[in-house]
Write a new protein. Structure first.
Length: 306
């Protein structure tokens, strides 16, 4: 019996999916985030002179291309069939975290949404009889994450199929494949979903296992979008005040004589509105400073994950 692995790694930022070389079945594909597959048959990887500060809106974070992982072209291991083999999600989870802790990393936590992502992938491969990161309809793990509402900074996948004797043998097989090992030991992942099942595949009953790795968007969720809304609403209010002040100033300049109770009342009303304008301007600039600081924190956080 031959054990087959297929590995994919992909890094996705703020919902933008970028990948290179989806690859053939027996070659590792590289996405920008950790994504891997393994199988048990072959292996594959005015007023005052002031102006409102410009608001630095969030700009797309550019992701540099990541080269393919250097996986062996032919990494095939022969094993004896195991008719009594039994694979469990809990066992895969435990042995995977054993390898992480043994390497000085934090263990991953199970995530219910990622479990659903892994389960959907498992069912789709059995239903459509394929073994690859991309489905026949062109969907990948990032598409499943969106479907199930998992908001991520980083997401990836490991797949495996075949007759593994037990959970440990399956995890050992992944660990013996460079690309799969890199996904399991990726320090930037925080959560995982797992699904395993045994059904008819390619004419015989066999096991398929799926690991869905993820790092939630909340890890770098430093930007309060309500601040941007307040800033934009404040700028609109400033523009209205500027127009009103301009009309009042024109009226004052056209008034003669420039003295007396009526003229003085117009000037006082104008000056009061100038004070209101400048107070609002100061408030908005403070919001802008806070917002831009949050955007900077977001960029630093995302860059640290790359």
């Amino acid at each position: 019996m031959i054990i087959k692995f297929l590995s994919v790694a992909a890094l996705l930022f703020i919902g933008a999916f970028l990948f290179f070389n989806a690859g053939n079945l027996n070659l590792p594909a590289v996405f920008i985030t950790g994504n891997e597959t393994t199988s048990s048959e072959e292996v594959a990887a005015g007023p005052e002179d002031s102006a409102v500060a410009d608001v630095e809106e969030e700009t797309p974070i550019e992701v540099d291309e990541i080269g393919e992982l250097s996986l062996p072209g032919e990494n095939v291991t022969k094993t004896e069939p195991h008719p009594s083999a039994f694979i469990t999600e809990l066992g895969v989870f435990v042995w995977m975290n054993f390898e992480r802790v043994n390497s000085g990393l934090e263990p991953l936590s199970r995530n219910a949404l990622l479990d659903q992502v892994a389960g959907a992938k498992l069912n789709d491969m059995f239903a459509k009889q394929y073994f690859a990161h991309g489905s026949p309809s062109g969907d990948y793990i990032n598409d499943l994450a969106v479907d199930f509402g998992y908001e991520y900074l980083l997401i990836g996948e490991n797949l495996a199929y075949g007759d593994f004797a037990n959970d440990k043998e399956l995890v050992d097989a992944w660990m013996n494949s460079k690309g799969h090992r890199e996904n399991i030991l990726n320090k930037n992942y925080e959560e995982i979903g797992i699904a395993v099942g045994r059904e008819m595949f390619n004419g015989r009953e066999t096991w398929i296992a799926v690991q869905s790795f993820g790092t939630p968007y909340s890890k770098c969720d430093f930007v309060d979008e309500s601040l941007l809304q307040d800033i934009n609403e404040g700028k609109d209010e400033l523009e209205e005040l500027e127009d009103l002040l301009s009309e009042m100033r024109d009226e004052i300049e056209a008034t003669n004589p420039k003295s007396g109770p009526e003229y003085n009342a117009m000037v006082a009303e104008y000056n009061d509105l100038v004070g209101e304008y400048n107070a609002l301007l100061k408030e908005i600039n403070a919001l802008v400073k806070t917002y831009n600081g949050q955007v900077e924190e977001l960029q630093i956080c995302v860059e640290a994950i790359q």
